[in-house]
Design a protein around this ligand. Structure first.
Ligand SMILES: Cc1cc2nc3c(=O)[nH]c(=O)nc-3n(C[C@H](O)[C@H](O)[C@H](O)COP(=O)(O)O)c2cc1C
Length: 275
């Protein structure tokens, strides 16, 4: 089968998932590529539940070894209608744990036929120059791997009459899926403290870039120092998008934990590809 048209639905607060998913999609070389951005809560509702393209890419970052809570309702209301789907998760060089299995299971449940899946590495959302974690990734080698993965998917499908003829993919992971302990700890902490990025008011110009970058509309557009702690998912989109570097997470427990993580995950990991 030939893939003439392809939809790529992604969630990507700091942009790396989008970059990798687009490279995979371009490697498949469809005549029409429709990028559907499911990042912002305000736009998620307007994403159609079915696709009029030949195939679909679903892409999300790994949060706490799982799919981000924000993306699960977007994926679970899709209708696969027997279309081939390519699954992409992007993680910050720790582990992807059960995230790829989770999106694989959702895709099957929604009636897609998974034909390929990949776990790619990108700069960790919490990477800063003082504690780099996969800094600068995806780099040229990652982008080349993403695009050539797309090419291999195209070749595999060309040799197949119908996606139904393909066997299941052997995706690593466990059920029940990993419990997101740190997410539960953050939710508990927020009963007594904000636990959100703070604003350095000396440098903040109230330009509003962080308001637009926030996927959950958690930042008050009239006063960007105000953050809704129940909406904030600690994705660091505000921190990474601020042109004045005026947003920071200053909580010492958070920085201690991330510092330990950074020390533990310095060894470079490479993408895991299933097809
Ligand atoms: C809340 C949160 C949890 C994360 N959990 C993991 C994880 O379990 N394993 C990992 O390797 N990276 C983890 N990361 C890093 C992201 O998966 C990684 O930086 C990804 O590239 C972010 O995608 P984006 O640029 O599309 O937002 C986490 C990041 C955030 C913000």
């Amino acid at each position: 089968m030939e893939i003439h048209s392809l939809s790529c639905l992604f969630f990507s607060p700091t942009g790396t998932t989008k970059k990798i998913a687009e490279a995979v999609a371009q490697g498949i070389k469809p005549k029409d590529l429709i990028m559907r951005d499911g990042t912002h809560a305000a736009l998620r509702g307007s994403i159609p539940s079915s696709f009029d393209t030949d195939a679909v890419v679903l892409a999300a970052p790994v949060y706490y070894g799982r799919l981000p809570e924000s993306v699960v309702p977007v994926f679970t209301r899709l209708n696969g209608e027997g279309k081939p789907v390519i699954l992409v998760v992007v993680y910050g060089n720790r582990e992807y744990d059960d995230a790829l299995l989770e999106v694989y299971d959702i895709s099957l449940d929604r009636g897609f036929i998974p034909v390929a899946a990949g776990a790619f590495v990108a700069e960790h959302s919490y990477s800063v120059p003082e504690r780099p974690m996969a800094a600068g990734r995806p780099d040229a080698a990652d982008m080349e791997k993403a695009e050539s993965f797309g090419k291999r998917i195209r070749e595999k499908l060309k040799q197949t009459g119908s996606a139904n003829e393909l066997g299941p993919l052997a995706i690593p992971g466990n059920t029940p899926y990993k419990t997101p302990e740190n997410l539960y700890m953050i939710k508990e902490a927020r009963k007594t403290m904000a636990f959100t990025p703070e604003t350095d008011t000396e440098h903040c110009t109230q330009c509003g870039i962080c308001v637009d970058a926030c996927p959950e509309s958690a930042i008050d557009s009239c006063d960007v120092t105000e953050v809704d702690r129940w909406k904030c998912i600690l994705c660091f989109a505000c921190i990474k998008s601020c042109p004045e570097q005026a947003k920071h997470m200053t909580d010492p427990h958070f920085n201690e934990a991330v510092g330990q993580l950074a020390k533990a995950i310095q060894l470079r990991k490479e993408p895991d590809l299933f097809l």
